[in-house]
Design a binder for this molecule. Structure first.
Ligand code: CA
Length: 225
């Protein structure tokens, strides 16, 4: 089972998470300060790191930056104390993969951890990807729902492929523009939103309440497949 490092200095939160994740069958280690976290994160060969921001010694931002600078690509789930956009943006820019805002429910943390681990695991078959009743066939550049071909434009297919390959992870509008549009086209955030709305109409069972292509307020979109 996956090995998870929890970096959290508040004993109640650390213990709650540790118990919960152990019950789920994960191998869990807890560290309470940023300096040890940087070291263990590099040596420990973990599958995922849950990282608080306010920590003694070194804060979570510094720990994350340290790890990425040392080439550690272990997924990092940040725990942000406040619903502050700036904290989330900064964490993601420094190389964190996702975040949950305190106070969080154990169900939410578990779901985010599962998504990150799934994403990090190499795909046994990268030619096709399934979500719900839909199959994305990368070889043929085709999407099918219940066996029927979904009529996507090449741009919509590119967007969907980008989301599938980055699933569980937030993609900003800038990242989507860079990944799916050709560099010389004029495109704005609004155009990204319009294309995503079109894509949702084609792939979501209920486009008004997206199940797969989620909007993450102020940050971008995330595919939960
Ligand atoms: Ca803290």
């Amino acid at each position: 089972m996956a090995r998870i490092l929890i970096v959290e200095d508040e004993p109640a939160i650390a213990l709650g998470l540790e118990d919960d994740l152990k019950l789920e069958g994960y191998d869990v280690e807890v560290i309470e300060n940023g300096i040890d976290a940087s070291r263990r994160g590099r040596e420990g060969n973990f599958d995922l790191i849950v990282l608080d921001i306010m920590l003694p010694g070194k804060d979570g931002f510094e720990v994350c930056r340290d790890l990425r600078r040392h080439g550690v690509s272990t997924p990092v789930l940040m725990l942000t104390a406040k619903a502050q956009e700036s904290e989330k943006v900064m964490g993601l820019e420094l190389g964190a993969d996702d975040y949950v805002t305190k106070p969080f429910g154990t169900h939410e943390v578990r779901a985010r951890i599962k998504a990150l681990l799934r994403r990090a695991r190499p795909e046994p078959n990268t030619e096709t990807f399934h979500f719900g009743k839909t199959t994305v066939d990368f070889t043929r550049g085709e999407v099918r729902t219940n066996g029927n071909t979904v009529d996507l434009t090449p741009l919509e297919f590119k967007l969907l492929a980008l989301f599938v390959r980055s699933r569980g992870r937030i993609l900003s509008r800038d990242q989507l523009l860079a990944g799916a549009w050709t560099p010389d086209t004029f495109a704005s955030d609004r155009i990204v939103d319009n294309h995503i709305a079109n894509l949702r109409r084609k792939i979501e069972p209920d486009p008004a309440h997206p199940r797969y292509l989620k909007n993450v307020r102020g940050l971008g979109y995330r595919f939960d497949g």
